[in-house]
Ligand binder design. Structure first.
Ligand SMILES: O=C(O)CCC(=O)C(=O)O
Length: 273
């Protein structure tokens, strides 16, 4: 049974278990918006070390991501520890604890054609387990018609573990992964149970790391900005593999594959034990 949470209803818990995704309206206090949007401006102008970019410096046709800055950035550290996103993830994962893995800024400039490819998150990451989830919070409005995320409902239960795909053209660490490709959802959308929600600033999507998801580009005439946090619950285990994200590697970890990822690099943000 998950922890009580003022925003999480029994229906949401059931939906998270059955569908692998839920929308939680008004999850992020508006007092965070201005600071996080200003951070997005700074990042776009001067990207951090772990970023991807389809059109550096462009103000259109640009899908930009930047991750793993909470260890060195005071705003993002506060966001990770104080915004309540970890508590939300723990409640929906049915976990007593939540460790932060990383945060990720996601920006689509107006009139961006690059879609977010359909993918599962877990194969990108050096972990395994059912209690691994993301909280994706909109900082600007996003509609399904123009730019919002979509999910294949129930795909977290399908047993697939699909090869990660790069968000940009460049081949990078993902090239080491060997595995079956994610199903081509767009080739036959009617064959899948696809769900998405129009989002307002502060609305969150909480989804399992096993759930297949993707997004169109951005047809809107405003920037689409979101920030995601990635959470490890009680039953997560360390599972590095070729093609997993190099932000944290075996060399930095004292635990062995298959063990619970106890580490200062993955601090406990929520601990209700
Ligand atoms: O914001 C996007 O378009 C991609 C987000 C995503 O894939 C994720 O948060 O896992």
């Amino acid at each position: 049974m998950g922890q009580d949470h003022r925003l999480v209803t029994d229906e949401m818990r059931k939906d998270f278990d059955r569908h692998g995704v839920v929308k939680v309206p008004g999850a992020l206090d508006p007092r965070w918006f201005d600071e996080l949007l200003a951070y997005a401006d700074r990042e776009l102008a001067e990207p951090g070390p772990w970023s991807t970019d389809t059109n550096p410096g462009g103000d259109t046709d640009r899908l930009f991501t930047s991750r793993y800055q909470w260890p060195t950035n005071d705003l993002l550290r506060r966001f990770v520890f104080e915004s309540g996103m970890g508590e939300l993830a723990a409640a929906l994962m049915g976990s007593e604890t939540a460790r932060i893995y990383f945060e990720q800024l996601l920006v689509k400039e107006p009139r961006t054609s690059a879609p977010t490819p359909w993918h599962q998150d877990l194969p990108y990451w050096p972990f395994l387990g059912r209690q691994i989830a993301s909280v994706w919070v909109a900082l600007t409005p996003a509609t399904v018609a123009q730019s919002a995320l979509e999910f294949v409902r129930g795909s977290h239960l399908g047993g697939g573990y699909y090869a990660p795909v790069s968000f940009t053209e460049s081949s990078d660490w993902l090239a080491d992964f060997e595995g079956e490709p994610c199903p081509d959802i767009d080739a036959d959308r009617g064959a899948f149970d696809i769900v998405g929600w129009d989002m307002e600033p502060g609305d969150a999507l909480v989804f399992s790391a096993w759930t297949i998801h993707g997004a169109p580009g951005n047809e809107a005439d405003h920037r689409r900005v979101a920030i995601a946090t990635r959470w490890l619950g009680d039953s997560a285990v360390w599972a590095p593999h070729p093609g997993s994200d190099p932000i944290i590697t075996q060399e930095q970890m004292a635990v062995r594959p298959g063990e619970y990822p106890e580490s200062d690099l993955l601090p406990l943000v929520v601990d209700n034990r």
